[in-house]
Design a protein around this ligand. Structure first.
Ligand SMILES: NC(=O)c1ccc[n+]([C@@H]2O[C@H](COP(=O)([O-])OP(=O)(O)OC[C@H]3O[C@@H](n4cnc5c(N)ncnc54)[C@H](O)[C@@H]3O)[C@@H](O)[C@H]2O)c1
Ligand SMILES: [Zn+2]
Length: 367
């Protein structure tokens, strides 16, 4: 087992990474203060992992809340089901909420923990690659509003994150690739040597080799922990974690949620950010192509939807959270391994990026 730490003063917490951690009761119990535990999970994950987790929590009074599965349930009505479960089982302020599932469960259970009786302890047990390398670390919690994704929420840090790499054995391959988009993101924004490692190990990762997975998750969590430790509330460097996300959110919104997975849209959006960084003279064509190739090798789309117009992109990008005072700030790469957040670029370069023929780019690198 590997242990990393998110350093946030009195809100610091460990991230445990290893195979089979779900059945290691002593790890969880270190972080449970009271006698009561509430496991929040969903209909897909419960049949796979709820029983083993319940067994690990044998010494506690455990309530389980099994929610419907899907981003479309990340809302007030479903959140209410968590409070219903906690109150029905008479959980008090010393209860610990455990999120067992992907990012949707983690975001909702975390927000519920932030609100229930003005805040109770909370442990993340992420079971998708995306949630293991991204959403479970850093304390962003929340739900969607009909008018905007993740628009209602709180910063609320967990007491611990427990990552059982064996849980990825049951993950659909498309979801695995979607998580790899965020893994590659860390290499691009802050860890150039990691890109070389990923190039060497991509087939091992896609074959779910545990050693490779553990290392990729560890390096990703270490990067996220560093960035969050330096800028918990995203007043600066944390925004670089959104590489590819402004373009990607436009794709997700235009196509309708669920048609493209988040990581898939981020991959195509990252290709656009690589292209724009190249057009600004910051990346060479070879460096851009290296990033595109790696995303392709991870089984991700590298061509944005071809029926999407520049106007559609701009319309969706204008409502992105990174717009401050009317300026569209973008995460771009100064070099491979160094990201900047900037609104200071010629408008023509953005327009040219949106008009680029990405199918031809993909073809030129034999993808
Ligand atoms: N808080 C943050 O910092 C942050 C960061 C990134 C994303 N997010 C949020 O995370 C969510 C996306 O997370 P996600 O990609 O994990 O999606 P998800 O939670 O919807 O999980 C994807 C699918 O995999 C299933 N699943 C989960 N674990 C499984 C397993 N081990 N085996 C088989 N199936 C399994 C889920 O039930 C679901 O159907 C979005 O709501 C996004 O807004 C939050
Ligand atoms: Zn993301």
């Amino acid at each position: 087992m590997q242990t990393l730490h998110v350093e946030l003063g009195e809100r610091s917490y460990p991230i445990y990474i290893g195979q089979g951690l779900l059945s290691r009761p002593e790890i969880l119990s270190r972080h449970i203060a009271g006698r009561q535990v509430a496991i929040i999970t969903n209909e897909t994950v419960a049949p796979l992992y709820l029983e083993v987790l319940q067994q690990s929590l044998g010494g506690y009074s455990v309530a389980c809340v099994v929610l419907p599965d899907g981003e479309s349930f990340k809302n007030w009505e479903t959140l209410q089901l968590i409070f219903d479960g906690l109150l029905t089982a008479r959980h008090d302020r010393r209860t610990t909420v455990v999120a067992l599932g992907g990012g949707v469960i983690g975001d909702m259970a975390g927000f519920a923990a932030a609100c229930y009786q003005r805040g109770v302890d909370f442990i993340q047990v992420p079971t998708t690659l995306l949630s293991q390398v991204d959403s479970s670390v850093g304390g962003k919690t929340g739900i969607n509003h009909p008018l905007g994704k993740n628009m209602v929420g709180a910063f609320y840090q967990p007491k611990a994150v427990l990552i059982d790499t064996a849980s990825l054995n049951t993950l659909p391959v498309r979801e695995l690739s979607a998580g790899l988009a965020e893994v590659i993101k860390y290499g691009l924004i802050c860890d150039e040597p990691f890109l070389g490692w990923l190039e060497q190990n991509m087939s091992a990762l896609r074959a779910l080799e545990q050693g490779a997975l553990t290392e990729a998750i560890e390096r990703s969590c270490a990067a996220k922990a560093r960035v969050v430790g330096a800028d918990e509330r995203e007043s600066g460097i944390r925004a670089t974690l959104n590489l590819g996300h402004t373009f990607g959110h436009a794709i997700e919104t235009e196509q309708g949620y669920g048609v493209w997975l988040h990581g898939e849209a981020v991959a195509a959006g990252t290709v656009m950010a690589l292209e724009m960084s190249h057009r600004l003279g910051w990346l060479s064509a070879d460096e851009r192509d290296r990033g595109v190739r790696l995303l392709h090798a991870a089984g991700l789309p590298i061509v944005p939807p071809q029926d999407m117009t520049p106007e559609q992109f701009l319309e969706h990008m204008a409502v992105d959270k990174k717009v401050l005072d009317g300026q569209l700030r973008l995460v771009l790469l100064k070099r491979l391994g160094e990201a900047v957040v900037t609104a200071d670029y010629p408008r023509e370069i953005l327009d040219a990026t949106l008009r680029t023929d990405y199918a031809a780019l993909a073809h030129s690198i034999n993808a």
